[in-house]
Write a protein that binds this ligand. Sequence first.
Ligand SMILES: [Zn+2]
Length: 450
Amino acid sequence: MRYLVLLLLFIAQAFASENDLSHRPKSFNVNGGQAVFADFKEAQYKISYDLTSKRAYAVATINFEMLESGFPIFDSVTSPVGVWLDGEKVTSLETKTPQGETTARYVNKVTSLGSHELKIELPISTLVEFVDSGVKSAFWTSDLDERRFLERYLPANFEFDQVKMTFIVEFLGLKNKQVIYTNGSVLELDNNNYKIEYPSYYTASSIFFHTVPQGSTNELRFKLKSIDGRDIPAVVYFSKSTWNTGLERLKAKTIEVFQELESDYGPFPHPTLTVLQAGMGGMEYCGATMTDFSALGHELFHSYFARGVMPANGNSGWLDEALASWRDDGYQTSTYMSGSSGMSSHPYYTRTTDRAAYTFGARFMSFLDGKLKSKGGLKPFMRHMVDKRVFSPLFVEEFIAEMSEFYGVSVQEDFKRYTFGSSLNFDHSSHKSNSKVHRKMSLEELKNYL
Ligand SMILES: [Zn+2]
């Protein structure tokens, strides 16, 4: 099994680029030309924390491919201070997508087909706090608001794109040591200078990154024994200044959920597991989460669905929330469904997840489970999806096609009727609200958990 996991990872990486191309959003008119989504191949981020001047900044070097000529699209919430395309100084502009669904940036230079290099310099000021003993910094994400993935901190592509990402992190003028909690492999190059490599199947929503001065957290490191024989390095931790349940309880719950998920959906898809207990509700990453204790099961489930079987856009983002909430409610079965929603049919460039996923979406999964009960219910299909589609971002249409194929019966009409409506139309009061799980946290709140 261990070799099977390695083989699957290899296949996932080999097909990453092909999958990128088949999920690349279409171009749109801008500035008398076409804004074009590029295929990012590799991105290196040099991230510097200067303890003396109390400034943080990044230089991103992105190798990308243009599949058609036009203005290359990228995104960065922070305005760059400098942009270079193939070594030439250029400018970038912010634009709304055609229906105003979201905002992105584009390089204001028509760029030809083929490979190019983009270099972008910018300050990092979001969720960075310099303290006496060092710096606290995190790249925490959310899928409930626009532009809250990696692009909130660093230049990145839309979520469809799998990119080989590397961080070079340097702490200048640091007298103590920093700890880095992340879901990549960390190498200390020399004193206070680190290289972090992330798997090439990662997207803008995959990376968990949190650095704090050594000594400001309590942590417990241990190995999780996978059913495929691996010893998976795990860490559970929290800030010494925030409320917590204690490390042993956090570890015990992590092991319990890990075993439940492996028994339902197969070997844990990630090489490591990182759990930060903080805040209210939680957010998922590839083999990592920042979560409160009550949402730990929900968030770890997302290491299989959301950060294992990944959404390629906002209209497929509800699937994993519906499945996670269905699990939270004890995998209920139902034969009755009423109402409708537009979870799958938001405007084309939508990047956020429809919140109806937690309620109406979970109920829709109960309904599908009931409908497919004679064929084993939904769980065998979910396991099949982990085996077949792990680390290949997908559209909702592909999910529907996979399900129809798996059961030998079309579920197209059900999805159309209940998820492709023009708007949400169901009685909220009859559905148990689960929206506290991914409660929106403001930046002010998040700062408390740095
Ligand atoms: Zn969730």
